[in-house]
Design a protein around this ligand. Structure first.
Ligand SMILES: [Ca+2]
Length: 332
């Protein structure tokens, strides 16, 4: 019998049953939430393209290529995007990656070709700096209406450091300013709704327990490595990228409102009646997000069929943070 729990053990799952192309734009290889999002995308999206941003000598693309190959998603193109000097933001050493795994390098060419073939707008899932989409819209502004952007990041009203923009916008503020002005009806899942205990994941999570179990499959080793490297650096991660993916794919997990927003040169956003109209997150259905993720990954249901893997089943999202522990700062 195949259950949600047992199917989560295999690297790939049921595909999203439509023809849309999903562009997964990621700074994978640092905060583990990109990797969780790619794992979920690989299991759910049929027509997937992976772009890397904040590249570091092509290593993010190499890592993504290796992950996808381990998950039998050899069909997914990986394109190494623009570098932003982020060498120190890559945690997976060269030893983890097989050399000379081929990846593409021309983001604009790949996206323009996809738009030429596509019968409906591309779903663009922005999970890092916006450099790639800025490059596309600079060279091919006529493609703006063929790209539907859901971007993780930005903040209004509240942020842990109000002197700066959130990570994804701050890493390339010129690109953020260009994209948020040029993209067609962009949506932002604000850091306000991702820097919350509801989607915090720690080494006590069931997902990490599954990855570190003795019976964990070989294909999951790179995923485990990203978890271990991140947890060696930070005590927790916040699953903002998987949440943004779920929303971009059409899961009703994020409610948006249209706000008039002024975009400063450092990519901070402010409410301004004379600003640009941007859709921003207003509320998140976190339980629904957990349900969506659990259908794809061994977050909690795996206990039913794999209880022997652990003597102390643990919840994926232990709540009750919010203690003000300043060491547990989200990246976003
Ligand atoms: Ca990211």
């Amino acid at each position: 019998m195949t259950t949600a729990a047992s199917s989560a053990v295999s690297p790939t799952g049921p595909a999203v049953c439509d023809d849309r192309v999903v562009v997964f734009d990621t700074d994978i290889g640092y905060d583990l939430d990109d990797m969780v999002a790619l794992w979920a995308a690989a299991r759910s999206v049929r027509n997937l393209i992976v772009l890397t941003n904040d590249e570091t000598r092509g290593r993010r693309a190499q890592f993504a290529r290796a992950l996808l190959d381990h998950m039998d998603r050899h069909d997914v193109p990986v394109v190494a995007g623009r570098e932003l000097g982020g060498d120190h933001r890559f945690l997976l050493g060269d030893a983890l990656i097989e050399p000379a795994v081929p990846v593409l390098t021309d983001v604009v060419e790949v996206i323009a070709s996809e738009c030429a073939r596509a019968t409906q707008p591309l779903t663009w899932v922005g999970l890092g700096p916006l450099s790639n989409l800025a490059d596309v819209l600079t060279v091919c502004p006529h493609l703006a209406e063929q790209i539907q952007l859901t971007q993780m990041g930005g903040w209004l009203d509240h942020y842990r450091d109000p002197t700066r923009a959130s990570h994804n916008l701050r890493m390339d503020p010129a690109a953020a300013g260009l994209v948020l002005r040029a993209a067609h009806r962009p949506r932002c899942v604000l850091s306000t709704h991702t820097n919350v205990p509801d989607i915090r994941i720690t080494p006590d999570s069931s997902l990490f327990g599954w990855l570190t179990a003795r019976q964990a499959p070989v294909w999951s080793q790179l995923i485990r490595a990203n978890f271990e490297r991140w947890f060696a650096r930070r005590p927790a991660s916040w699953l903002g990228d998987p949440l943004t993916l779920a929303s971009a794919l059409g899961e009703p997990v994020v409610d948006y409102v249209t706000e008039a927003v002024r975009i400063e040169c450092d990519a901070r956003l402010y409410r301004d009646p004379h600003g640009r109209a941007i859709e921003v997150s207003a509320a998140v259905d976190y339980p629904r997000f957990h349900t969506w993720l659990a259908e794809l990954l061994p977050t909690e249901a795996w206990h039913a069929s794999h209880a022997a893997l652990s003597t102390s089943p643990r919840p994926l999202f232990p709540c009750g943070n919010g203690t003000g522990d300043v060491r547990e700062l989200p990246q976003s």
